[in-house]
Design a protein around this ligand. Structure first.
Ligand SMILES: [Zn+2]
Length: 261
């Protein structure tokens, strides 16, 4: 698995500020970096919510909204950062051709950051073979357009890890709550982990898992929860025994290194 940006660019950590428009974001941040250096001022680093079903962009929060592909009106330009896919739960409703057609249209959207949530779910009612076929369509599209994958996984790790071994784009495991041994395996495969509301009442095992994840592979999300992203950050900074500022800086750096090109 490879990152979409060279490490040198990610390491510069000069992107400190949100601005609508991803291309202009890059230039805008470079400009701000110049002013920060010149006048020794520190601009506020936003919270990143990597996966949410609510709209919560503000001066303080960059939220990547997760949309269901079938709900998108392709005649309009989506104005906020988002990811989209056919959710594994909905895969039974669509023919493969139909999904391919929608996915191709999706790539014309400029604010598309990632492909997801997509994945495999052995507990839901949708036919598993159909889930596999549609997951592969998403994977092909992500690779063809250099977009990270945002993964929904339920009791499907054996199958998913086979894909993770060969996939050429970053993989973010959303709503992650795996055990210690699984986490070790997934770290070796280069996966990123997005932690959500389950961390608000963590078991000692879960705390250990969060401490195991490399900081450079960590993301934070609200998903469907109404808990403010800030509160989830505070809880994770407590578990990691690092300051909120250090955590914000790191997650922002992770976001830039994977999503901004
Ligand atoms: Zn979700």
């Amino acid at each position: 698995m490879r990152q979409l940006l060279p490490n040198s660019l990610a390491d510069n950590n000069f992107i400190h500020y949100w601005h609508p428009g991803l291309k202009s974001l890059y230039l805008f941040c470079k400009y701000h970096y110049f002013w920060e250096k010149r006048y020794s001022i520190k601009l506020e680093i936003p919270f990143i919510d990597i996966h949410t079903h609510h709209s919560e962009n503000s001066d303080q929060v960059i939220a990547v909204q997760s949309l269901f592909l079938q709900d998108i009106d392709f005649s309009r330009e989506i104005k906020f950062p988002f990811s989209a896919a056919i959710h594994p739960w909905h895969t039974d409703r669509f023919e493969l051709k139909e999904v391919s057609h929608m996915l191709e249209k999706l790539t014309t959207q400029k604010k598309l950051l990632g492909i997801g949530e997509t994945g495999l779910d052995k507990v839901c009612k949708a036919d598993y073979k159909q889930q596999l076929k549609i997951f592969e369509l998403h994977l092909d599209l992500a690779e063809a357009h250099h977009k990270p994958l945002i993964i929904h996984a339920v009791k499907s790790w054996n199958d998913l890890t086979k894909y993770f071994k060969r996939v050429k784009v970053p993989v973010i495991l959303h709503g992650y709550s795996g055990n210690f041994i699984l986490t070790k395996q997934l770290i070796e495969l280069g996966c990123c982990f997005s932690i959500g509301k389950s961390v608000m009442r963590p078991t000692p095992d879960q705390e250990q898992v969060i401490q195991l994840i490399p900081l450079s592979s960590l993301f934070i999300e609200t998903d469907e929860s109404q808990i403010p992203i800030e509160e989830i950050y505070v809880q994770i900074s407590r578990i990691l025994d690092i300051s909120l500022d250090t955590l914000k800086t790191q997650i922002h750096k992770n976001f830039n290194s994977i999503f901004i090109d």
